[in-house]
Ligand binder design. Structure first.
Ligand SMILES: Nc1nc2c(ncn2[C@@H]2O[C@H](COP(=O)(O)OP(=O)(O)OP(=O)(O)O)[C@@H](O)[C@H]2O)c(=O)[nH]1
Ligand SMILES: [Mg+2]
Length: 208
C-alpha cells in the first residue's frame, strides 16, 4: 500500500486537510488508525463532523500521535489503498513537552520513510511582500519549512499544499509565493472549505 504523509508546522491545517479530503474522497465513516507509543495500532471511528469537532483545534500541537486513514482509490479495474498520514506539527528549537518532542521525532522519521509528501504551508501567516528581491527567497520560509522543502523535494514526490486561501491575506500572498517557489508543484487549497481538492484528488488517483 502506498502512503502519503501530510506534514508541516503546527496549526497549518494538516488534520483539517486529512479529514476534509477523506470526506471529499467519499468516506462517510473515518477510521483513524492511531499508532500508540507501546507499538500497537488502535482504530477510532468518527463521522466527518465528529472528527472535525474532536481533532481540529486552533491550539498548537493539538495532534500528538501519528494518525492515518486508508483511502480506497480506483486504479483501472482494481481498487488500491492509499494511507494518508496526519502527523505532529514541527517547530523550531527543543520543545519543553517531552511527549511533543517524541511526536516530532516520529514525524521526522515519517518524512524519511514516506514516498509522497504533502507539505502544508499556511499562506495567511507568511510575511511576503512584492518588494523582496528573489535572492531573498530562502528567507521567506520558516527554517523548519525550509528544511522540509529542501529534504523532501530532493528525495521524494513532493507537493506543497498552500493552505487557507479562503482568507484574503493568503490569496494576496499566493502570487508572490508561487513566483518564488515556481520550481515546486504548488496546489492552492482551503482545507477548511475543501477548495482546490479536485487537483489533489487527481494527483492521488495517479499516485495509487
Ligand atoms: N481559514 C482557514 N482556517 C483553517 C484552514 N485549515 C485549517 N484551519 C484552521 O487552522 C487551525 C488549525 O487546524 P488543524 O487542522 O488543527 O492544524 P494542524 O496543522 O493539524 O495543527 P497541529 O495538529 O496542532 O499541528 C484550526 O483553527 C482550523 O480551523 C483553512 O483552509 N482556512
Ligand atoms: Mg493536527
Amino acid at each position: 500500500m502506498n502512503d502519503c504523509l501530510v506534514t508541516g508546522m503546527t496549526n497549518v491545517g494538516k488534520t483539517c486537510f486529512v479529514i476534509n479530503f477523506a470526506e471529499y474522497m467519499g468516506l462517510k465513516e473515518l477510521k483513524f488508525h492511531l499508532r500508540q507509543l507501546a507499538g500497537y495500532t488502535s482504530v477510532r471511528s468518527y463521522s466527518p463532523g465528529e472528527a472535525r469537532t474532536e481533532l481540529i483545534s486552533a491550539d498548537s500541537n493539538y495532534t500528538r500521535q501519528v494518525q492515518s486513514i486508508k483511502l480506497e482509490v480506483p486504479a483501472g479495474k482494481v481498487i488500491k489503498q492509499l494511507e494518508i498520514i496526519d502527523s505532529c506539527g514541527l517547530s523550531d528549537g527543543i520543545h519543553p513537552d517531552s511527549e511533543i518532542r517524541l511526536a516530532m521525532a516520529k514525524t521526522l522519521r515519517l518524512i524519511r520513510n514516506s514516498n509522497l509528501i504533502f507539505h502544508i504551508i499556511d499562506l495567511a501567516t507568511l510575511k511576503l511582500s512584492n518588494n523582496r528581491r528573489s535572492k531573498e527567497a530562502n528567507k521567506i520560509l520558516d527554517p523548519i519549512d525550509q528544511m522540509i522543502m529542501e529534504y523532501a523535494s530532493l528525495e521524494k514526490d513532493y507537493v506543497i499544499l498552500a493552505n487557507k486561501i479562503d482568507l484574503k491575506k493568503a490569496r494576496t500572498n499566493l502570487k508572490v509565493f508561487q513566483k518564488y517557489f515556481a520550481k515546486h508543484h504548488i496546489i492552492p487549497i482551503s482545507a477548511l472549505y475543501q477548495q482546490g481538492f479536485q487537483e489533489v484528488k487527481k494527483l492521488v488517483l495517479n499516485y495509487a
